[in-house]
Design a protein around this ligand. Structure first.
Ligand code: CA
Length: 220
């Protein structure tokens, strides 16, 4: 089998670089709880990358309650406020090592996340953020994942074509976005088991096993 020769690596953030999902879940559970609804970890994790207001409307609809966009907007504001309050900086083990190794090898790197630019700058240390030549945030796109727009924008910003890049993701909507943009996608099971990540080209159990394979597949 021919070994790929990637020139660029496009990283998702939540669940790939930063370990923020437990805080998102705690914030969602509390906010839904205040409205009389129970959510499971799976309800939250499988929706990662979805627009918050859409998740709210879907979860309320499951309970037979129809919300207007304004009502969903008020609930998302409560959730975001709480999330910011409880968030502590935590990283997926091995993620920073992988980013700096690829950077030293001269790979072009992009960060592609649905999180707003303001929150990205609040979450990542400057030294780490500066290793990415392009950062596409939720504030920079019209359509979020699973639409291909975020990853297409990253390719354009790095001046690279889809065949030369690989995406690192952890959630179904992110994988759909990468594949719709025509890019190879590797997934890590940091938040969901591999049966939910089946659309990815390869699935890894952690950053270490991903790093071992990826470092052999880059060509610069
Ligand atoms: Ca993610």
């Amino acid at each position: 089998m021919k070994i790929p020769a990637f020139k660029a690596v496009l990283f998702d953030m939540d669940g790939v670089i930063t370990d923020t999902m437990p805080y998102h879940f705690r914030a969602w559970r509390k906010v839904f709880g205040a409205h009389g609804l129970k959510v499971s970890k799976f309800d939250v994790y499988r929706r990662e990358g979805q627009k918050g207001t859409k998740s709210i409307q879907e979860i309320f609809a499951q309970a037979g309650i129809l919300l207007t966009p304004e009502m969903a907007g008020r609930i998302i504001a409560e959730k975001e406020l709480l999330f910011k309050k409880i968030l502590r900086q935590r990283f997926i083990p091995g993620s920073r090592t992988l980013v700096s190794r690829l950077s030293r090898r001269g790979l072009r790197l992009a960060l592609v996340t649905g999180t707003s630019r303001h929150e990205v700058e609040h979450t990542l240390p400057k030294g780490l953020l500066s290793l990415f030549q392009a950062t596409i945030t939720g504030s920079d796109v019209r359509l979020g994942k699973p639409d291909p727009e975020p990853y297409l924008k990253a390719l354009k910003a790095l001046k690279i074509n889809a065949r030369e890049a690989v995406v690192i993701e952890n959630a179904p909507f992110g994988i759909m976005s990468a594949k719709a943009a025509g890019i190879t996608c590797y997934a890590v099971t940091t938040s969901l088991p591999k049966e939910y990540l089946g659309q990815a080209d390869k699935v890894f159990k952690n950053m270490k096993s991903l790093t071992d394979v990826l470092i052999k597949e880059v060509n610069v």
